[in-house]
Design a protein around this ligand. Sequence first.
Ligand code: MG
Length: 362
Amino acid sequence: MEMLTIGAFAKACRLSPKALRLYDELELLRPARVDPETGYRYYAPEQLEQARLVAWLRRLGMPLARIRQVVALEPAAAAREIRAFWARVEAETATRRELAAFLVDHLSRPIPSEDTTMLELRYSALSDTGLVRPSNQDTAYAGTRVLAVADGFGSGGAPASTAAVEALKFLDREPLPAGSVLNLLEDAVQGATQAVRDVAGPTDEIGTTLTAMVWTGSRLALVHIGDSRAYLLRDGALFQITHDHTVVQSMIDEGRLTPEEATAHPQRALLLKALTGGGSAPAPTPDLRLHDALAGDRYLLCSDGLYGVVSEETLREILTANPTPNEAAAALVAAANDSGGPDNVSCVVADVVGVQSRMLNS
Ligand code: MG
């Protein structure tokens, strides 16, 4: 077999000798033979294919460590890995796209004009231990401006979820600061993050999910991290408006798992992101979104203890059939417990209602 010198091989695969030496050092592409005397590298012609694959994967933006795994695989397995890598890139891009949309939306909206019809929230919050767990580590809260569900985990789970929600309650007590919704959300997120760190200590074994909405008078600003969820019931249809930060959801996004398989997956509760104690890593950022409120909208915030055992269709039926937030929240918790109540179950139901303005100054 005719060996190629590094120069000839570089020319044939259109990579520089410098790149080939780097690939060797990184164990992406080892030469077929290295002369023990001179240290010269020699390549076999059949390595051309692999060299080109490495170059293309680099062009794709794949990290070197992952390229090393992919080029060691059979073609079919390598194809699966590339597909999964790209799905992850698209998911991350989608998150950034949402953040960009949020900012564009926020910056391009006129300040709402005074209207004779104002909107208000009618709300109810309910949290229940369920039928199996020894204690309730969930926290649910609803006030005039703040709606929140948090699902704590680890030995300090209950204090973590309580701390996250407590940190938002100032928004209910004090007049809303003038100025930006962005400031307000930033304060809320920072406050909740720090409060959880304070109670959880240095460990990231203790933490909580947080799905919260802050009422601005015409819009709802959503803050979300973990696997609690927010849904919107509008015109009789139910929309999930949060994306679970779970390992299983990312596997669904990458096409490695179907949603049906996910419901029975043993690690379906494993979180990708949550508010935790102060590990070494920087605190992960929650998803942020703004929702225009329409009179007649009904929001549901809930922990996985509800949607884990009650189907989306049943959620929709219960939310449609029960006229008041109190009745709806009670019926939802009852439905989870009727299904065995395997986990703590929490829900907040909030209706957007139009009220006549008491300020008749126009
Ligand atoms: Mg739970």
